[in-house]
Design a protein around this ligand. Structure first.
Ligand code: GCO
Ligand code: MG
Length: 409
């Protein structure tokens, strides 16, 4: 089998997605996700202008060799744009291999280690009643665990908190973060956040009891000492994990957080290379790997990092927001089903419009996510539907302190 074409499809059914479609001379096609929220066209151009022609004529079965060719062969390594592009190629080749073998990708990865994947959804509220309603709705939908994000007095609009009650059917995450030519700006106040958050978790525990697994995302906004303080303050509420406390360029910073708290830690959704995890894994500084197949170079390297993590009793918590396309979500669901050290899968569910563009075999039943048994990844792209939703520029918001200083994500 030989690759005959590699096409890049950019579509925006409520938000932007970049998809690579690889076609072979045997008529088998494969899909890969290359979506990089807010920088989508950079990856599309990388693939279209620098990678597509290198794939023509190659044997699609040679996944490892193609990965190394694009990674080691390029001289310029790593970075979110490069690794999202390589990820899309890797996923598309796994998709093709599965279709050629007549097997879902998880079978090629060693077969299922469980019947399905435990998930968590995103509950949020501008006040406690709204938050409680949102938690209830997520439990009714089948989630066995819930992420808790709440407004903070003194912070007017907070990323991760729906601007309308979720019960009305409007989910913040289905909407583009901010369509337009500039990022929206939000105000941030770490002191107000650290002061308020433990009161929210106390209220949630009082309402829902001790058993519901609860998670929280700090979106990298704390210093290590602030993160240590928060982890300690949240210990009575027994979190499943506290995510992205501090920017993790300095992996050593997690030593300080770890020494001060027993709250489990998760990090890595913005990581794109195994080296980003080295100290965190070998010193057991985290409990969950948050990488996404889409931003970590695909299924191939994600499998390898999870094998390393297994040596240290560290589990998966792959990044699954709506800006990971159904193709990327399927890729990591196949991997999550196969590996022994699966922890939990983030699952927000895509919008109706997204499902008209990407047809999925994935199911979410009885509280478990399953990628389905269709050969390959189990996702097909309706190119006509995709064309009906052209790209629209959109940016994630950025944060400023009250005095105007730009703050960390
Ligand atoms: C999460 C994330 C997302 C990201 C988004 C950025 O844990 O799901 O933090 O909401 O902010 O994916 O593109
Ligand atoms: Mg996050």
């Amino acid at each position: 089998m030989r690759i005959t074409s590699a096409d890049i499809i950019v579509t925006s059914p409520t938000r932007n997605f970049v998809t690579l479609k690889i076609t072979t001379d045997e008529g088998i096609t494969g899909l890969g996700d290359a979506t990089l929220n807010g920088r989508e066209l950079a990856v599309a151009a990388y693939l279209r202008d620098h990678v597509a022609q290198l794939l023509i004529g190659r044997d699609p079965h040679r996944i490892e060799d193609t990965w190394q060719y694009l990674y080691r062969g390029a001289y310029w390594r790593r970075g979110p744009v490069t690794m999202a592009a390589i990820a899309a190629v890797d996923m598309a080749l796994w998709d093709i291999k599965g279709k050629a073998a007549g097997l879902p990708v998880y079978q090629l990865l060693g077969g299922a280690s469980r019947t399905g994947l435990m998930t968590y959804g995103h509950a949020s509220g501008r006040d406690l009643p709204e938050l409680f309603d949102s938690v209830r709705r997520h439990i009714e939908e089948g989630h066995q665990a819930v992420r808790i994000q709440s407004s903070v007095p003194g912070i007017p609009a907070l990323y991760g908190v729906a601007a309308q009650p979720q019960a009305s059917g409007v989910r913040y995450d289905h909407e583009p973060a901010g369509r337009g030519s500039r990022p929206p700006e939000e105000v941030w106040n770490t002191h107000a956040y650290l002061h308020h958050l433990p009161t929210v978790f106390e209220a949630v525990r009082n309402e829902f009891g001790p058993d519901l697994p609860l998670l929280h995302d700090g979106h990298h906004r704390m210093t290590p000492i602030q993160a240590a303080k928060l982890g300690k303050a949240l210990e009575p509420y027994d979190l499943f994990w506290l995510e992205d406390t501090t920017p993790a360029e300095h992996q050593e910073a997690f030593r300080l957080i770890r020494h001060h708290t027993t709250t489990p830690l998760a990090v890595g959704e913005v990581f794109n290379h195994a080296a980003d995890f080295r100290t965190l894994l070998t010193e057991r500084l985290i409990d969950y790997v948050r990488a996404a197949a889409t931003h970590f170079g695909g299924i191939t390297p994600l499998r390898k990092i999870m094998d390393t993590a297994a040596e240290y009793q560290i589990k998966s918590g792959f990044h699954g927001p709506t800006d990971i396309s159904p193709v990327g979500l399927a890729a990591q669901a196949h991997l999550g089903l196969a590996i022994h050290n699966f922890g939990i899968q983030e699952y927000m569910g895509h919008s109706e419009a997204t499902h008209t563009v990407f047809r999925q075999s994935m199911t979410f039943k009885d509280g478990l996510l399953h990628p389905g048994d269709t050969p390959g990844l189990g996702v097909e792209l309706d190119e006509e539907a995709a064309a009906a939703h052209p790209y629209q520029q959109a940016y994630l918001p950025c944060n400023r302190l009250a005095d105007g200083t730009i703050h960390d994500w």
